[in-house]
Structure formats: C-alpha cells, structure tokens
Design a protein around this ligand. Structure first.
Ligand code: SAH
Length: 395
C-alpha cells in the first residue's frame, strides 16, 4: 500500500512517519508513504496557496495548487482513493479503516484555516472523513490518524497479528484490559488468571472481561458482533418437524441447516417431532449422531439444561407467531441477556406456522423484513442463515 498526504505543513507528517510504528513499517518495506508540500505547487510571485473566502470569513486553501499537487502525484504513483479531511465528513470507524486498508493508494488531503475550495472537493475527493464532532485547526492530525489506523491492518506492521484481531471493534467487542510487570503495583495485583500460564484460562478470562466491558460501556456494538466465542455456554439450533408423512420429510432443510450451523460454529443441532417415524429418520440423517432427536421442545430444553447446568434461553425464529406466544425481542436484547446471564442459547426453527412449540419460547425474534419494511417471503433455511449470521457472523 502507498499513502500520500498533501499538506501545507509537511514537517508535522514527516516527523510522524519518521518516529512512529507506521514509520517502522515503511522502513521494513511493508508500505510506502509520501508527504507532498502544497507550497511546491503554489503559483505567482508570492507562492500563494490560500486566499480569503468569497463573501467574507477566513482563509482557505485554493483549488489550483491542490489540483496540481494531486494530479502530479497520480501521474507518478497511479490513481488513488482520495480522502478529504473535514469535520463534515463521515466519522472514521473501524469498518471504514478496514475498507481503506484494501486500497492500493490512499491520498489524504489536509485542509487548513477554513478548509479548502469546495470545487476542488467536488471534482477530486472520493470521500470526506472526519475524526469526530469537533473542529481542529487542520487536517494533519486526521491524516495521521487515518494513516496509523489503516497501516495497523497491514500484516507485519504491528508485531503480533493476533493482537490486531483481538483489538476493540475487530470482532465487534471491546478489548479486554491489559497488564504488564510488576505483578503487584501499589498494592494492586494483576488478575491471577493471567499469571496462571494456562492458555485456556487466560483466554476465558479475556473473553469474559471483553464481554463485561462491552456490556457496561458500549452495549450497542453487540448488535453487530458475533457472540459465540464470548458465550460461556453453548448455542443450539432446534428444527421442529411437524408433518408426519414420509413424502414430506424435509431432507433439504435438514441438510442445509446442518451445513449452516456448522459454518457458524454450532455443533449441536436438534430435531423435534412428536412423530416417531420422523424422529427415526432425522436421527439417521447425515450420518448417525448429526441430529439429536426429541419428542418435544420441553424435552430438548431439559436435555440442554442438564448438559449445561443452566436452562437455555429459548428463542423462536418464527415469522408469524400468534400474539399469545413468547414476547418479541430484538437481537441486541437477546445477545445482551445471553451474555449478562451467561446462558446457553436454543434457537428454534419450525417450518410451519401454527406450531404450538413456540409458546414455550422465552422470546421470539421480530420478523425479518425486506427492503420495503414488509415481512419477506423467506424459506426456513433462509431465515436460519440470516439469523445465524446476525448472532454469530464475523464481519
Ligand atoms: N469551516 C470548517 C472547519 C475548518 S477546520 C467547518 O466548519 O466545516 C480546518 C481543517 O481542519 C478542515 O478543512 C479539515 O481538514 C481539518 N479538520 C477540522 N476538524 C476536523 C475533524 N473533526 N476531522 C477531520 N478533519 C478536521
């Protein structure tokens, strides 16, 4: 990756690239950077780069030197994704950082004074980026923040790649707290789990702390987080088979569900049916042991409660549950409840509509809605895929 910064204050950026971890990455050839001084593209006897705003107000960067600098860079370095820094831009988030890290050439333009001539922005800038809802004196700090966060995503720039994967927001959760020597500082010991040398214990402690922090500080980020590694109990999927006829055995649904559940890390899939013949077929399906079979949802629930030593949170995935059934809840609330109360999860999918089983659910999810806001015509396996992704998918 190559990063170009166009600025009226190149010393600022040169020092940053010479002294930072990003600079070390440059030295090691993991990325390259160039700081371009707008003044080299100034025109006239006074080498002017800024002028008074029409209509009154402060100074702003003129369009000509900005364009000349940008076109010169692109002629030498190839086409770039051009970022303008502005408090009015889209606020920089980890998703945006990860997207920008995929670009071959990022070109960041730093505004100053009142900003830059709007016509340059209109013609050349692909995206305006802001650090947050406050106003800085110039775009240089924003350029450094963008360059820093993006280069952190380039393999090798940060010593240990696994550290980047555990970072805040990488999987949707906040990071756990960190400690270094001494083991006791001002009478405060490091949590004993971290000194145990037991990797399983350390991982479990870190995950639990990440959950605690995320729940107390930024619970809203859970809406998009895959929670399986952070759950202290397992997640289960149950398929309710209603029809007893041999011909209507839902082999496709079973096969798809098995694959989907495995793709999202769920190994326990249950089939529930009051009909013995369906249970036998389901039990033999996909190699014996792929499905655990039960005569009713309450039996399935009991089995999980026994296995996990905790009764599971049972969540129905039906589109059309009658109003007498379980209360509706949003995904974020269900994720929060699961993590706060450290419960196992049982997701219940039934192909039919009038299934009495969902009366035994603790919650049912709101129906999935298409782009027009109306409930869509989703096949059960579609619903399963979408819901599994929302609970357990990794961005
Ligand atoms: N008049 C402008 C602010 C100009 S501040 C307005 O109110 O929108 C001068 C320059 O500092 C901007 O052109 C931009 O490059 C930079 N800047 C200021 N605040 C910023 C922020 N929150 N994020 C990114 N860049 C910022």
């Amino acid at each position: 990756m190559h990063i170009t910064v166009i600025t009226a204050f190149p010393d600022f950026l040169n020092t940053f690239f010479a002294t930072s971890i990003v600079g070390k990455g440059v030295e090691r050839g993991l990325l390259s950077v160039e700081v371009v001084d707008i003044r080299n593209y100034a025109r006239g006897a006074y080498r002017q780069i800024d002028d008074y705003a029409f209509g009154g107000g402060g100074m702003l960067l003129m369009a000509d030197p900005l364009r000349d600098a940008l076109e010169d860079v692109q002629a030498r370095r190839g086409k770039a994704c051009v970022l303008g820094t502005s408090p009015q831009g889209a606020v920089l988030q980890q998703d945006m950082v990860e997207t920008l890290a995929e670009k071959e050439h990022l070109l960041i333009v730093c505004g100053h004074y009142e900003g830059m001539d709007e016509r340059f922005v209109q013609k050349y800038v692909d995206m305006e980026v802001s650090l947050g809802d406050y106003v800085l004196t110039g775009g240089e700090l924003a350029a450094m923040v963008i360059a820093d966060s993006v280069s952190r995503r380039i393999p090798g720039v940060v010593g240990k790649e696994s550290a980047v994967e555990e970072d805040s927001f990488a999987k949707g959760f906040l990071d756990h707290p960190h400690y270094t020597r001494p083991a006791i500082w001002e009478d405060m010991p490091v949590p004993e789990e971290l000194l145990s040398g037991d990797h399983g214990k350390i991982l479990a402690w870190r995950r639990q702390e990440a959950v605690r922090r995320t729940l107390s500080r930024r619970p809203e980020v859970l809406g998009r987080a895959g929670i399986l590694p952070y759950m202290s109990k397992e997640a289960y999927v149950a398929l309710v088979l209603e029809d007893s006829t041999e011909a209507s055995f839902p082999a496709n649904l079973l096969e798809r569900s098995l694959k989907l559940a495995h793709a999202y890390g769920i190994t326990r899939i249950c089939c529930i049916s009051p009909h013995r013949n369906l249970r036998t077929r389901a039990g033999d399906f996909g190699g014996s042991g792929s499905f655990k079979v039960f005569g009713s949802l309450s039996r399935c629930r009991e089995w999980i409660a026994h296995r996990e030593k905790r009764s599971p949170l049972v969540v129905g995935m039906e589109e059309n549950t009658p109003s007498s059934s379980a209360p509706r809840a949003h995904l974020l609330e269900i994720k929060r409840t699961l993590l706060e109360r450290q419960l196992p999860l049982l997701l219940v999918l039934s192909g039919g509509t009038s299934e009495p089983q969902h009366q035994q659910c603790d919650y049912s999810l709101f129906p999935l809605r298409g782009g027009d806001g109306k409930p869509g015509d989703f096949a059960p396996e579609d619903r399963l895929a979408i819901i599994l992704d929302r609970f357990f998918g990794c961005r």
